[in-house]
Design a protein around this ligand. Structure first.
Ligand code: SF4
Length: 257
């Protein structure tokens, strides 16, 4: 899966708008409070105004950092990644709110997931297959399947009725651990038990975004599921995109699997 800029440009632009709006609100609050502060807290007023100015400048710097991390290869240090993650954690709810107001909530969430994938892929990380964990949602399983695969994925008989069988044969050939989770709690438990170095997760926008936040700073690559029958029911996944993603992070070529 190659993430191109066009897929997450919407997120970058809306992040800029959210940052500018927050800075404008801070500036206006400062202007409104300034006369009162000068009257009642004359000693503290310059310090409070200076702190406000630093916050506004800091927001501008963080947005600049977002662009640098998007395009500059040398912005990969742990401290920078920490600042970026903290900024995104605060910024994303504002961006999503904007998206909701504009009727583009799903597009914004998709763009955010592509952006997060881009940040991981830009680091050109490579992992041994056994250090990767592939997590899939339970809704990928055919709803009439009698086999209990959440406890043990080997219970899947690979009958071809749903993508689980194909994913299982792919991951077995690659030597990549694969698990199916019924929800966020089980997914977190699986990550805790298997202790991977990177997680590749298939899910809907909401679960992917919350999962990415939950297991940070561990890198996560998200692949959106396909929902031809509506949410959470007999969903699908692009197997070629999944294979490409797994090949990219393991550095192996599994074309013949
Ligand atoms: S592929 Fe596996 S999980 Fe899917 S329906 Fe067949 S046995 Fe069940």
């Amino acid at each position: 899966m190659n993430v191109c800029v066009g897929q997450f440009r919407l997120f970058l632009y809306m992040a800029g708008t959210a940052t500018a709006c927050t800075a404008a609100v801070l500036f206006l609050c400062g202007k409104l409070l300034e006369p009162g502060l000068r009257l009642y807290l004359p000693l503290a007023e310059p310090w409070i105004m200076a702190a406000g100015s630093i916050c506004i400048a800091g927001l501008g710097c963080l947005y600049g950092l977002l662009w640098l991390c998007t395009y500059a290869d040398w912005f990969r240090g742990h401290t920078i990644q920490f600042f970026l993650r903290s900024y995104l954690r605060v910024l994303f709810p504002l961006v999503r709110m904007q998206g909701t107001l504009m009727g583009k909530k799903t597009a914004v969430c998709d763009a955010y997931i592509y952006f997060m994938n881009h940040l991981v892929l830009r680091r050109h990380l490579q992992f041994q297959p056994r250090r990767v964990l592939l997590l899939a949602p339970h809704c990928l399983q055919w709803d009439k399947c009698p086999h209990k695969i959440t406890r043990n994925i080997a219970n899947c008989h690979q009958c071809g009725q749903c993508p689980i069988g194909d994913i299982l044969s792919m991951t077995q050939a690659m030597g990549i651990p694969f698990a199916v989770a019924t929800g966020g709690t089980l997914a977190r438990q699986i990550v805790k038990d298997t202790r991977p170095e990177i997680v590749v997760a298939i899910a809907c926008e909401r679960d992917l975004i919350s999962g990415m936040e939950d297991i940070a700073p561990m890198p996560v690559l998200g692949l959106l599921n396909e929902r031809p029958n509506g949410p959470c029911f007999n969903t699908g996944v692009d197997l070629t995109a999944l294979r490409n993603l797994l090949q990219m992070i393991t550095g192996e070529n599994y074309e013949c699997t």
